[in-house]
Design a protein around this ligand. Structure first.
Ligand SMILES: Cc1ncc(COP(=O)(O)O)c(C=O)c1O
Length: 402
């Protein structure tokens, strides 16, 4: 795979020589980013609707993040979690003040946050539910790549290469409350869900599904873990997606957009579910001053500037533009999403070719499935950037009209 007029670069050859092959990379070496734009080693500019995989909430190298990180890197980068750390406490306070949760634990990534959330639910099960330990998750969910989270993610393609998987996870049909009820036993300690399934296809919950899951958890006493790693921090038009579905989780996990590119993850929990005691969970780097300074700067900017509102408005504009393309091009079969998490589905398996056609025209988009694209740009993008994206996409898609 090669970009039009491009060459296989030195870096691509070295990557093949030295790197484990876990991803089919696109033939571009990115060296610089600013806002919603990135540049490759030859100076070509791209409009970035992948956003570091739904990470760069404030865009690349946002001044608020750069300043906070620069200041922190000069002051203190790492301390052991045995000591109090001010950036960590600041970020925890801001998260609690702006969510329905009461307590925070920081990790380094999304999958670690989810692992910790499941450990927390198991501790809760030991304390309050007669040792219950099983977690019910849904088909097409994605919770990360550790063995346990592969077991949690209801997607056989991620599970098959690693069988046997850790016990304690039951994958049931998404959007089917009866399936959750049927799977619940005396061993169940929690249900774990994404409010909108991201990697699994940008799948929206049916009306009342999440409220019904909440009601079932209340009725049975089991916990509701909400994975907002992809949907959180304003991406779907509110700071957290649960706000739009009018329910509250007992445990919530965050990562991706929390520090706009600096690695961080977080477990948030209601007071009653916050049952870890010293020594039961930990992380060397989790919540270190550098990551928390970046997280605080990001979250503060998102809140103070109503970036979630921007994602809602610009997201509606993006969806309306994609709907117009759907009217024009018969092979577009669906547009779905919330805010700036949007999928475009085709009648055939052309997504990879469309990704390449966009790349050649200076636009980065994600191949969600063989027949679908996903758009997950920074939450700060404006209408002009959406117009530009729609123009390039229109041109790229028109090459597929037979
Ligand atoms: C909903 C969700 N949960 C968990 C993860 C895993 O996060 P990380 O890659 O930071 O471990 C992802 C990553 O795409 C995700 O979208």
């Amino acid at each position: 795979m090669q970009i039009e007029g491009g060459k296989v670069s030195h870096w691509q050859e070295l990557e093949q020589k030295y790197f484990m092959s876990t991803v089919e990379r696109l033939p571009v070496t990115l060296v610089r980013g600013q806002g919603a734009r990135v540049w490759d080693e030859d100076g070509r500019e791209y409009l970035d609707f992948v956003g570091g995989w739904a990470v760069t909430s404030l865009g690349h190298c946002h001044p608020a993040v750069v300043e906070a990180v620069t200041e922190q890197v000069r002051t203190l980068i790492q301390v052991s979690n045995q000591f109090y750390s001010i950036p960590q406490i600041h970020l925890a306070e801001l998260l609690v003040q702006n969510s329905c949760l009461d307590k925070v634990f920081f990790s380094n990534s999304g999958v670690e946050a989810n692992e910790g959330a499941v450990k927390l639910a198991r501790r809760y099960g030991k304390h309050y539910l007669d040792g219950a330990y099983e977690v019910i998750t849904t088909t097409n969910s994605f919770h990360g790549r550790t063995l346990a989270m592969v077991a949690a993610s209801g997607q056989p393609k991620f599970q098959q290469p690693y069988l046997p998987l850790p016990a304690g996870f039951i994958n049931v049909e998404y959007n089917n409350i009866e399936a959750i009820k049927t799977a619940t036993t005396g061993q169940t300690c929690a249900v774990m869900l994404e409010p909108i399934q991201g990697e699994g296809g940008v799948n929206l919950p049916d009306d009342n599904y999440l409220a019904a899951v909440r009601a079932w958890c209340d009725q049975t006493g089991i916990l509701l873990i909400l994975d907002e790693i992809q949907t959180g921090l304003g991406r779907t038009g509110t700071l957290f997606a649960y706000e739009q579905y009018e329910f509250e989780p007992d445990i919530m996990t965050l990562a991706k957009g929390l520090a706009s590119g600096i690695p961080i993850g977080a477990i948030l929990a209601k007071e009653r579910a916050s049952v870890f005691v010293p020594g039961e969970h930990g992380s060397t780097y989790g919540g270190n001053p550098l990551a928390c300074a970046a997280g605080y700067a990001t979250l503060k900017f998102i809140i103070d500037n109503d970036i979630a509102g921007n994602a809602r408005r610009v997201g509606q504009y993006l969806t309306a533009g994609l709907e117009r393309l759907k009217q024009k091009l018969q092979f577009i079969t669906d547009v779905r999403g919330r805010g700036l998490l949007v999928a475009l589905e085709f009648s055939g398996d052309i997504a990879q070719s469309v990704v390449m056609a966009c790349l050649n025209r200076g636009l980065l988009v994600n191949r969600l499935k063989p027949n679908a694209l996903r758009f997950m740009p920074p939450h700060i993008i404006g209408f002009d950037e959406v117009d530009e994206e729609l123009g390039i996409l229109d041109e790229a898609l028109s090459t597929f009209v037979s």
